[in-house]
Write a protein that binds this ligand. Sequence first.
Ligand code: PLP
Length: 389
Amino acid sequence: MKIANRMENLSPSVTMAITALARELKAQGKDILSFSAGEPDFDTPVIVKEAAIKAINEGQTKYTAVEGIIATKQAIINKLKKDHGLEYKLDGIVISNGAKHSLFNLFQVLVEDGDEVIIPAPYWVTYPEQVKYSGGVPVFIETNDSTEFKITPEQLKAAITPKTKILLLNTPSNPTGSVYSKEELLALGEVLKGTDIIVFSDEMYEKIMYNGKKFTAAAQVSEDMYKRTVTINGLSKAVAMTGWRFGYIATCDAALAKALTKLQGQVTSNINTMTQYAAIPALEGDADETIEMMRVEFEKRKNYAVSAFNDIKGLSSIDPDGAFYLFINIQEVTNDSMKFCAELLEQKGVALVPGLAFGTEGYVRFSFATDLATIQEGIKRIKEFVENK
Ligand code: PLP
């Protein structure tokens, strides 16, 4: 069959491909340690599961409003108010099948052919692909570990053209774990003042913060930023709900929410009904103890991994303030992250994701969303691999 031309520009997800390859090698009986996954190794909190079971038993098994039921949208509104002091209305919330779906809808609804979307690199693999699929042009701002992979106001200013439509921020970041402070967000916001540029703020990892740092939402730093920011969030990472598929956007632009709902109404309709009920306790803080338990465990692993990697000659890692990844500098060993990862998998059975997949060569991504014993063994093997090079 002839596949449509628009598929030609779309690349498959490298992270998912590597995770699948590691799984396949493991199934063949090979001794594989995978640090490529982008999902918590913890189970979904019991209270969330119980809410879904209750919903099923009570017959909540039908279609709902496309953009989500009022109770869940209200729980999102309450969360944004409680956590960040932000005010949203019911007509500014749209729930989709994961934040990935929220982003897809956003790009489809907002981007015209040739519109530019500024994406700081390294970036989550999905962003440029979705931008291209919508007819937009990704414009990358390169960063490295010397600025903790954060863009500066000067870099942003230089990247803006008359065609710039959107600035995409991801804080805490996948793949680097970097977090923008309130001051840094304000400074970026200053550059945007007087423009029509929309900010997408992907805050998927906001609950997974370290080193005593506090998360700041992009929309909360100023009135100007509040108006131009579309917040994208979900429950996959913080509440270990990757398989439930729950993502949402919050905006003060009701016309945008309406357009997103129109598109979703012709593509998927509402997300599954039980997930909407399960999300309510997660959003309302009933699972906060479990969320904190996971965060503490992630931080222990992070502390171990950062110091262990920095002890390996030729490798170095920043100490990230959020998410569950290290973006490790391998430049003293090689600049070829694809080759590094292929050889490491072949020789030591350790799966990492090459930095190139995230748009930045000379680094590899290590996910510590796996138990400490596996992390210790994995880093031991990586050390042996690097020392033998
Ligand atoms: N945003 C970021 C930065 C991510 O890393 C991910 C998942 O890897 C997502 C969004 C998508 O999350 P989901 O579609 O599971 O809600």
